[in-house]
Design a binder for this molecule. Sequence first.
Ligand SMILES: Cc1cc2nc3c(=O)[nH]c(=O)nc-3n(C[C@H](O)[C@H](O)[C@H](O)COP(=O)(O)OP(=O)(O)OC[C@H]3O[C@@H](n4cnc5c(N)ncnc54)[C@H](O)[C@@H]3O)c2cc1C
Length: 382
Amino acid sequence: MSTQALTEEQRAFVEAIRDFARRECGTREQRDALTDHGREPHNQPLYERIAGLGWLGAAIPEEYGGAGGSAVDLCLLCEEFARGLIPMGFFPVTMMAARPVELFGSQALKEDILGGIVRGRTGAIAMSEPEAGSDVGNLSCRAEQSDGAFVVNGQKTWITGAHMAEQIVVVCRTTRSDDKHHGLTMISVPRDVTGLEVRGIETMGWPGEVNDMYFTDCLVPEDRVVGVVDQAWMQLMAGLNNERLIIAAQALGMGQRAFDDVLAYVKERRQFGQPIGGFQTIKHRLADLACELQATRDLVYGVARAVEAKPDRMLPREASMAKLKATELAKRIALEGMQMMGGYGYATEYDMEAHVRHALVTTIYGGASEIQREIIARSLGL
Ligand SMILES: Cc1cc2nc3c(=O)[nH]c(=O)nc-3n(C[C@H](O)[C@H](O)[C@H](O)COP(=O)(O)OP(=O)(O)OC[C@H]3O[C@@H](n4cnc5c(N)ncnc54)[C@H](O)[C@@H]3O)c2cc1C
Protein backbone atom coordinates (compact mmCIF):
# COMPACT_ATOMS: atom_id res chain seq x y z
CA MET A 1 0.00 0.00 0.00
CA SER A 2 1.36 3.43 -0.70
CA THR A 3 2.47 4.96 2.57
CA GLN A 4 0.13 7.92 1.96
CA ALA A 5 -2.85 5.60 2.42
CA LEU A 6 -1.73 4.64 5.92
CA THR A 7 -2.59 6.57 9.05
CA GLU A 8 0.24 8.24 10.92
CA GLU A 9 -0.01 5.55 13.57
CA GLN A 10 0.25 2.77 10.97
CA ARG A 11 3.27 4.41 9.34
CA ALA A 12 4.99 4.59 12.71
CA PHE A 13 4.09 0.94 13.35
CA VAL A 14 5.64 -0.15 10.02
CA GLU A 15 8.74 1.91 10.71
CA ALA A 16 9.11 0.37 14.18
CA ILE A 17 8.94 -3.18 12.75
CA ARG A 18 11.48 -2.32 10.06
CA ASP A 19 13.79 -0.84 12.63
CA PHE A 20 13.44 -3.95 14.82
CA ALA A 21 14.16 -6.20 11.81
CA ARG A 22 17.29 -4.22 10.93
CA ARG A 23 18.61 -4.37 14.49
CA GLU A 24 17.72 -7.96 15.38
CA CYS A 25 17.71 -9.84 12.07
CA GLY A 26 19.64 -7.53 9.76
CA THR A 27 22.64 -9.80 9.15
CA ARG A 28 22.92 -13.36 7.99
CA GLU A 29 24.81 -14.22 11.19
CA GLN A 30 21.91 -12.93 13.32
CA ARG A 31 19.35 -14.86 11.25
CA ASP A 32 21.41 -18.06 11.34
CA ALA A 33 21.66 -17.81 15.12
CA LEU A 34 17.90 -17.22 15.47
CA THR A 35 16.83 -20.03 13.10
CA ASP A 36 19.41 -22.76 13.80
CA HIS A 37 20.90 -22.11 10.35
CA GLY A 38 17.59 -22.01 8.51
CA ARG A 39 16.05 -25.06 10.20
CA GLU A 40 13.59 -23.32 12.55
CA PRO A 41 11.02 -20.85 11.18
CA HIS A 42 10.11 -19.59 14.63
CA ASN A 43 12.21 -18.25 17.49
CA GLN A 44 10.10 -18.29 20.66
CA PRO A 45 12.28 -16.01 22.85
CA LEU A 46 12.28 -13.38 20.09
CA TYR A 47 8.54 -13.88 19.66
CA GLU A 48 7.97 -13.25 23.35
CA ARG A 49 10.04 -10.09 23.17
CA ILE A 50 7.85 -8.94 20.30
CA ALA A 51 4.80 -9.81 22.39
CA GLY A 52 6.27 -7.54 25.06
CA LEU A 53 6.24 -4.69 22.54
CA GLY A 54 2.49 -5.22 22.16
CA TRP A 55 2.65 -6.03 18.45
CA LEU A 56 1.18 -9.55 18.46
CA GLY A 57 -2.12 -8.18 19.71
CA ALA A 58 -2.35 -5.53 17.00
CA ALA A 59 -5.46 -7.19 15.53
CA ILE A 60 -6.81 -8.80 18.74
CA PRO A 61 -9.85 -7.09 20.34
CA GLU A 62 -9.06 -4.74 23.22
CA GLU A 63 -11.12 -6.72 25.73
CA TYR A 64 -8.61 -9.59 25.41
CA GLY A 65 -5.58 -7.34 25.81
CA GLY A 66 -4.99 -6.45 22.15
CA ALA A 67 -4.99 -3.13 20.33
CA GLY A 68 -8.25 -3.82 18.47
CA GLY A 69 -6.73 -3.15 15.06
CA SER A 70 -8.23 -4.10 11.71
CA ALA A 71 -7.45 -6.41 8.78
CA VAL A 72 -5.13 -3.68 7.45
CA ASP A 73 -3.08 -3.73 10.66
CA LEU A 74 -2.86 -7.52 10.54
CA CYS A 75 -1.68 -7.40 6.91
CA LEU A 76 0.96 -4.79 7.75
CA LEU A 77 2.24 -6.99 10.54
CA CYS A 78 2.39 -10.15 8.37
CA GLU A 79 3.97 -8.30 5.46
CA GLU A 80 6.67 -6.61 7.52
CA PHE A 81 7.54 -9.73 9.53
CA ALA A 82 8.11 -11.58 6.25
CA ARG A 83 9.95 -8.74 4.57
CA GLY A 84 12.22 -8.29 7.59
CA LEU A 85 12.95 -12.06 7.78
CA ILE A 86 11.91 -11.95 11.43
CA PRO A 87 11.64 -15.63 12.45
CA MET A 88 8.08 -15.65 13.72
CA GLY A 89 6.91 -18.38 11.37
CA PHE A 90 3.97 -19.46 13.52
CA PHE A 91 2.39 -16.04 13.91
CA PRO A 92 0.35 -16.14 10.67
CA VAL A 93 -1.14 -19.55 11.45
CA THR A 94 -1.75 -18.48 15.05
CA MET A 95 -3.89 -15.62 13.73
CA MET A 96 -5.72 -17.99 11.35
CA ALA A 97 -6.59 -20.26 14.26
CA ALA A 98 -7.64 -17.26 16.34
CA ARG A 99 -10.31 -16.06 13.92
CA PRO A 100 -12.95 -18.79 14.51
CA VAL A 101 -12.31 -18.47 18.25
CA GLU A 102 -12.91 -14.72 18.05
CA LEU A 103 -16.05 -15.15 15.94
CA PHE A 104 -17.61 -18.22 17.56
CA GLY A 105 -15.72 -19.26 20.70
CA SER A 106 -17.02 -19.14 24.27
CA GLN A 107 -15.93 -16.28 26.49
CA ALA A 108 -13.55 -18.61 28.36
CA LEU A 109 -11.90 -19.81 25.11
CA LYS A 110 -11.55 -16.24 23.88
CA GLU A 111 -9.89 -15.12 27.08
CA ASP A 112 -7.58 -18.10 27.05
CA ILE A 113 -6.61 -18.20 23.36
CA LEU A 114 -6.81 -14.56 22.29
CA GLY A 115 -5.30 -13.37 25.57
CA GLY A 116 -2.58 -16.00 25.16
CA ILE A 117 -1.61 -14.67 21.72
CA VAL A 118 -1.12 -11.19 23.12
CA ARG A 119 1.24 -12.66 25.73
CA GLY A 120 3.28 -14.59 23.14
CA ARG A 121 1.65 -18.00 22.82
CA THR A 122 1.28 -19.67 19.43
CA GLY A 123 -1.62 -21.68 18.05
CA ALA A 124 -2.33 -23.94 15.09
CA ILE A 125 -5.27 -25.06 12.98
CA ALA A 126 -5.67 -28.65 11.80
CA MET A 127 -7.92 -29.31 8.84
CA SER A 128 -5.87 -31.33 6.31
CA GLU A 129 -5.66 -35.10 6.38
CA PRO A 130 -3.93 -37.63 4.14
CA GLU A 131 -7.18 -38.12 2.13
CA ALA A 132 -8.51 -34.57 2.56
CA GLY A 133 -6.25 -31.88 1.09
CA SER A 134 -7.89 -29.56 -1.45
CA ASP A 135 -11.09 -31.49 -0.78
CA VAL A 136 -10.93 -30.62 2.90
CA GLY A 137 -14.67 -31.19 3.42
CA ASN A 138 -13.91 -34.89 2.93
CA LEU A 139 -12.11 -35.09 6.27
CA SER A 140 -12.72 -38.11 8.47
CA CYS A 141 -10.91 -37.56 11.80
CA ARG A 142 -13.77 -38.50 14.18
CA ALA A 143 -14.91 -36.93 17.43
CA GLU A 144 -17.61 -38.82 19.35
CA GLN A 145 -19.52 -37.36 22.26
CA SER A 146 -19.28 -39.31 25.51
CA ASP A 147 -19.93 -38.20 29.11
CA GLY A 148 -19.28 -34.48 28.72
CA ALA A 149 -16.30 -34.96 26.46
CA PHE A 150 -15.34 -35.76 22.87
CA VAL A 151 -13.23 -38.80 22.04
CA VAL A 152 -11.04 -38.01 19.02
CA ASN A 153 -9.57 -40.67 16.72
CA GLY A 154 -7.81 -40.18 13.40
CA GLN A 155 -4.98 -38.29 11.74
CA LYS A 156 -4.21 -34.77 10.64
CA THR A 157 -1.29 -33.87 8.42
CA TRP A 158 0.77 -30.82 7.40
CA ILE A 159 -0.12 -28.92 10.55
CA THR A 160 2.06 -25.83 10.82
CA GLY A 161 3.46 -25.22 14.28
CA ALA A 162 1.47 -28.01 15.98
CA HIS A 163 4.57 -29.06 17.93
CA MET A 164 4.82 -25.62 19.58
CA ALA A 165 1.19 -24.56 19.84
CA GLU A 166 -0.37 -24.55 23.25
CA GLN A 167 -3.73 -25.44 21.69
CA ILE A 168 -4.69 -26.58 18.22
CA VAL A 169 -8.07 -25.90 16.63
CA VAL A 170 -8.89 -29.32 15.14
CA VAL A 171 -11.72 -29.75 12.65
CA CYS A 172 -13.34 -33.15 13.29
CA ARG A 173 -16.23 -35.12 11.89
CA THR A 174 -18.97 -35.44 14.49
CA THR A 175 -21.87 -36.50 12.27
CA ARG A 176 -21.95 -38.47 9.01
CA SER A 177 -24.53 -37.44 6.41
CA ASP A 178 -24.91 -37.20 2.64
CA ASP A 179 -23.70 -33.61 2.77
CA LYS A 180 -19.98 -33.83 3.56
CA HIS A 181 -19.92 -30.21 4.67
CA HIS A 182 -22.44 -30.88 7.40
CA GLY A 183 -21.35 -32.61 10.60
CA LEU A 184 -17.94 -31.00 11.14
CA THR A 185 -16.97 -29.52 14.50
CA MET A 186 -14.05 -27.36 15.67
CA ILE A 187 -12.44 -28.44 18.91
CA SER A 188 -9.59 -26.59 20.60
CA VAL A 189 -7.27 -29.42 21.66
CA PRO A 190 -4.47 -28.78 24.18
CA ARG A 191 -1.26 -30.07 22.63
CA ASP A 192 -0.21 -31.99 25.74
CA VAL A 193 -3.48 -33.97 26.01
CA THR A 194 -3.19 -37.76 26.45
CA GLY A 195 -3.78 -39.65 23.19
CA LEU A 196 -2.27 -37.05 20.87
CA GLU A 197 1.08 -37.64 19.20
CA VAL A 198 2.70 -34.88 17.12
CA ARG A 199 5.44 -35.91 14.70
CA GLY A 200 7.46 -33.56 12.46
CA ILE A 201 7.50 -33.84 8.65
CA GLU A 202 10.73 -32.92 6.84
CA THR A 203 10.28 -30.57 3.89
CA MET A 204 12.52 -28.53 1.62
CA GLY A 205 11.37 -25.31 3.28
CA TRP A 206 11.79 -25.23 7.04
CA PRO A 207 12.48 -28.64 8.57
CA GLY A 208 10.82 -27.58 11.84
CA GLU A 209 7.57 -26.30 10.37
CA VAL A 210 4.86 -28.91 9.75
CA ASN A 211 3.61 -32.01 11.54
CA ASP A 212 1.48 -35.10 11.46
CA MET A 213 -0.95 -35.42 14.36
CA TYR A 214 -2.21 -38.83 15.49
CA PHE A 215 -5.25 -39.07 17.79
CA THR A 216 -5.91 -42.31 19.68
CA ASP A 217 -8.93 -42.22 22.01
CA CYS A 218 -7.97 -38.67 22.84
CA LEU A 219 -10.40 -37.23 25.41
CA VAL A 220 -11.21 -33.50 25.11
CA PRO A 221 -13.80 -31.80 27.37
CA GLU A 222 -16.95 -30.53 25.64
CA ASP A 223 -16.25 -26.96 26.68
CA ARG A 224 -13.33 -26.99 24.21
CA VAL A 225 -15.77 -26.90 21.26
CA VAL A 226 -15.34 -23.70 19.25
CA GLY A 227 -18.77 -22.49 18.20
CA VAL A 228 -21.53 -24.93 17.32
CA VAL A 229 -21.31 -28.72 17.00
CA ASP A 230 -21.67 -29.86 13.35
CA GLN A 231 -21.36 -26.28 12.02
CA ALA A 232 -17.60 -25.97 11.48
CA TRP A 233 -17.87 -25.64 7.70
CA MET A 234 -19.83 -22.42 7.97
CA GLN A 235 -17.38 -21.22 10.63
CA LEU A 236 -14.42 -22.01 8.36
CA MET A 237 -16.02 -20.10 5.49
CA ALA A 238 -16.49 -17.09 7.78
CA GLY A 239 -12.72 -17.07 8.42
CA LEU A 240 -11.61 -17.29 4.80
CA ASN A 241 -11.16 -13.54 4.16
CA ASN A 242 -8.84 -13.48 7.15
CA GLU A 243 -6.89 -16.63 6.17
CA ARG A 244 -6.35 -15.58 2.56
CA LEU A 245 -5.39 -12.03 3.48
CA ILE A 246 -2.84 -13.26 6.01
CA ILE A 247 -1.18 -15.53 3.43
CA ALA A 248 -1.37 -12.84 0.76
CA ALA A 249 0.26 -10.23 3.01
CA GLN A 250 2.95 -12.66 4.07
CA ALA A 251 3.66 -13.53 0.41
CA LEU A 252 3.78 -9.85 -0.44
CA GLY A 253 6.48 -9.40 2.21
CA MET A 254 8.38 -12.40 0.87
CA GLY A 255 8.19 -11.12 -2.69
CA GLN A 256 9.23 -7.63 -1.64
CA ARG A 257 12.23 -9.00 0.25
CA ALA A 258 13.36 -11.11 -2.72
CA PHE A 259 12.98 -8.00 -4.88
CA ASP A 260 14.97 -5.83 -2.43
CA ASP A 261 17.75 -8.42 -2.30
CA VAL A 262 18.10 -8.87 -6.04
CA LEU A 263 17.93 -5.11 -6.64
CA ALA A 264 20.82 -4.55 -4.23
CA TYR A 265 22.76 -7.39 -5.85
CA VAL A 266 22.44 -6.20 -9.48
CA LYS A 267 23.63 -2.75 -8.48
CA GLU A 268 26.82 -4.24 -7.01
CA ARG A 269 27.66 -7.18 -9.27
CA ARG A 270 29.82 -6.16 -12.24
CA GLN A 271 30.32 -8.06 -15.50
CA PHE A 272 31.67 -6.77 -18.81
CA GLY A 273 32.92 -3.70 -16.92
CA GLN A 274 29.55 -2.52 -15.60
CA PRO A 275 26.92 -3.34 -12.97
CA ILE A 276 24.66 -6.08 -14.36
CA GLY A 277 21.64 -3.95 -13.37
CA GLY A 278 22.58 -1.71 -16.30
CA PHE A 279 21.78 -4.44 -18.84
CA GLN A 280 18.38 -3.90 -20.36
CA THR A 281 17.37 -7.52 -19.91
CA ILE A 282 17.77 -7.15 -16.15
CA LYS A 283 16.56 -3.62 -15.55
CA HIS A 284 13.38 -4.11 -17.58
CA ARG A 285 12.56 -7.31 -15.71
CA LEU A 286 13.00 -5.47 -12.43
CA ALA A 287 10.84 -2.62 -13.68
CA ASP A 288 8.12 -5.15 -14.56
CA LEU A 289 8.40 -6.80 -11.15
CA ALA A 290 8.19 -3.40 -9.43
CA CYS A 291 4.90 -2.75 -11.29
CA GLU A 292 3.58 -6.18 -10.33
CA LEU A 293 4.46 -5.60 -6.69
CA GLN A 294 2.71 -2.24 -6.62
CA ALA A 295 -0.41 -3.63 -8.33
CA THR A 296 -0.50 -6.62 -5.99
CA ARG A 297 -0.02 -4.44 -2.93
CA ASP A 298 -2.96 -2.31 -4.07
CA LEU A 299 -5.06 -5.46 -4.54
CA VAL A 300 -4.19 -7.00 -1.16
CA TYR A 301 -4.72 -3.81 0.82
CA GLY A 302 -7.83 -2.99 -1.20
CA VAL A 303 -9.35 -6.26 0.02
CA ALA A 304 -8.08 -5.58 3.55
CA ARG A 305 -9.76 -2.16 3.48
CA ALA A 306 -13.02 -3.71 2.29
CA VAL A 307 -12.85 -6.18 5.20
CA GLU A 308 -11.99 -3.35 7.60
CA ALA A 309 -15.06 -1.42 6.42
CA LYS A 310 -17.38 -4.44 6.83
CA PRO A 311 -15.71 -7.25 8.80
CA ASP A 312 -18.64 -9.68 8.43
CA ARG A 313 -18.86 -9.45 4.64
CA MET A 314 -17.71 -12.55 2.76
CA LEU A 315 -15.41 -11.68 -0.16
CA PRO A 316 -14.50 -15.11 -1.56
CA ARG A 317 -13.62 -13.87 -5.02
CA GLU A 318 -11.56 -10.86 -3.93
CA ALA A 319 -9.78 -12.74 -1.13
CA SER A 320 -8.93 -15.56 -3.57
CA MET A 321 -7.61 -13.03 -6.07
CA ALA A 322 -5.34 -11.50 -3.41
CA LYS A 323 -4.04 -14.91 -2.27
CA LEU A 324 -3.52 -16.15 -5.84
CA LYS A 325 -1.81 -13.03 -7.11
CA ALA A 326 0.47 -12.38 -4.12
CA THR A 327 1.68 -15.98 -3.78
CA GLU A 328 2.28 -16.49 -7.50
CA LEU A 329 4.16 -13.18 -7.57
CA ALA A 330 6.36 -14.12 -4.58
CA LYS A 331 7.29 -17.34 -6.38
CA ARG A 332 8.01 -15.52 -9.62
CA ILE A 333 10.18 -12.85 -8.02
CA ALA A 334 12.21 -15.42 -6.08
CA LEU A 335 12.78 -17.52 -9.22
CA GLU A 336 13.62 -14.48 -11.34
CA GLY A 337 15.83 -13.21 -8.51
CA MET A 338 17.77 -16.46 -8.57
CA GLN A 339 18.20 -16.24 -12.34
CA MET A 340 19.35 -12.62 -12.15
CA MET A 341 21.91 -13.51 -9.49
CA GLY A 342 23.37 -16.31 -11.58
CA GLY A 343 25.26 -18.98 -9.63
CA TYR A 344 25.22 -16.83 -6.48
CA GLY A 345 21.43 -17.02 -6.40
CA TYR A 346 21.76 -20.78 -6.13
CA ALA A 347 24.41 -20.69 -3.39
CA THR A 348 23.32 -21.08 0.23
CA GLU A 349 25.67 -18.21 1.11
CA TYR A 350 22.95 -15.83 -0.12
CA ASP A 351 19.28 -15.73 0.96
CA MET A 352 17.80 -16.04 -2.53
CA GLU A 353 17.75 -19.85 -2.62
CA ALA A 354 15.84 -19.82 0.70
CA HIS A 355 13.42 -17.22 -0.71
CA VAL A 356 12.74 -19.68 -3.56
CA ARG A 357 12.15 -22.63 -1.20
CA HIS A 358 9.84 -20.64 1.04
CA ALA A 359 7.91 -18.91 -1.75
CA LEU A 360 7.24 -22.16 -3.66
CA VAL A 361 4.89 -23.54 -1.03
CA THR A 362 2.77 -20.40 -0.66
CA THR A 363 0.93 -21.35 -3.86
CA ILE A 364 0.10 -24.76 -2.33
CA TYR A 365 -1.05 -24.17 1.27
CA GLY A 366 -4.18 -22.33 2.32
CA GLY A 367 -5.91 -23.52 -0.87
CA ALA A 368 -3.66 -24.13 -3.88
CA SER A 369 -3.62 -21.70 -6.81
CA GLU A 370 -5.76 -24.10 -8.83
CA ILE A 371 -8.45 -23.96 -6.15
CA GLN A 372 -8.30 -20.14 -5.97
CA ARG A 373 -8.75 -20.04 -9.77
CA GLU A 374 -11.75 -22.38 -9.44
CA ILE A 375 -13.35 -19.97 -6.93
CA ILE A 376 -12.66 -16.94 -9.13
CA ALA A 377 -13.95 -18.78 -12.22
CA ARG A 378 -17.13 -19.72 -10.35
CA SER A 379 -17.71 -16.04 -9.61
CA LEU A 380 -17.55 -15.47 -13.38
CA GLY A 381 -20.34 -17.99 -13.90
CA LEU A 382 -17.96 -20.70 -15.18
C1 LIG B 1 4.12 -26.15 4.31
C2 LIG B 1 2.68 -26.50 4.45
C3 LIG B 1 1.95 -25.99 5.53
C4 LIG B 1 0.62 -26.37 5.72
N1 LIG B 1 -0.05 -25.95 6.84
C5 LIG B 1 -1.29 -26.43 7.09
C6 LIG B 1 -1.96 -26.15 8.34
O1 LIG B 1 -1.41 -25.44 9.21
N2 LIG B 1 -3.18 -26.68 8.55
C7 LIG B 1 -3.82 -27.47 7.63
O2 LIG B 1 -4.93 -27.91 7.88
N3 LIG B 1 -3.22 -27.74 6.43
C8 LIG B 1 -1.97 -27.26 6.15
N4 LIG B 1 -1.35 -27.55 4.96
C9 LIG B 1 -2.04 -28.40 3.98
C10 LIG B 1 -2.39 -27.63 2.71
O3 LIG B 1 -3.46 -26.76 2.93
C11 LIG B 1 -2.64 -28.68 1.61
O4 LIG B 1 -1.37 -29.21 1.27
C12 LIG B 1 -3.31 -28.07 0.39
O5 LIG B 1 -4.64 -27.71 0.68
C13 LIG B 1 -3.29 -29.02 -0.81
O6 LIG B 1 -3.73 -30.31 -0.43
P1 LIG B 1 -2.83 -31.59 -0.84
O7 LIG B 1 -1.43 -31.31 -0.47
O8 LIG B 1 -3.47 -32.80 -0.29
O9 LIG B 1 -2.88 -31.63 -2.42
P2 LIG B 1 -4.07 -32.21 -3.34
O10 LIG B 1 -5.38 -31.71 -2.85
O11 LIG B 1 -3.87 -33.67 -3.50
O12 LIG B 1 -3.76 -31.49 -4.72
C14 LIG B 1 -2.73 -31.92 -5.60
C15 LIG B 1 -2.82 -31.06 -6.88
O13 LIG B 1 -4.10 -31.25 -7.49
C16 LIG B 1 -4.73 -29.97 -7.65
N5 LIG B 1 -6.19 -30.11 -7.47
C17 LIG B 1 -6.85 -30.71 -6.45
N6 LIG B 1 -8.17 -30.58 -6.61
C18 LIG B 1 -8.35 -29.85 -7.73
C19 LIG B 1 -9.50 -29.36 -8.43
N7 LIG B 1 -10.75 -29.56 -7.98
N8 LIG B 1 -9.30 -28.64 -9.55
C20 LIG B 1 -8.05 -28.40 -10.01
N9 LIG B 1 -6.93 -28.83 -9.41
C21 LIG B 1 -7.08 -29.54 -8.28
C22 LIG B 1 -4.12 -29.10 -6.58
O14 LIG B 1 -4.27 -27.73 -6.88
C23 LIG B 1 -2.68 -29.58 -6.58
O15 LIG B 1 -1.98 -28.94 -7.61
C24 LIG B 1 -0.01 -27.19 4.75
C25 LIG B 1 0.72 -27.66 3.66
C26 LIG B 1 2.03 -27.35 3.51
C27 LIG B 1 2.78 -27.94 2.35
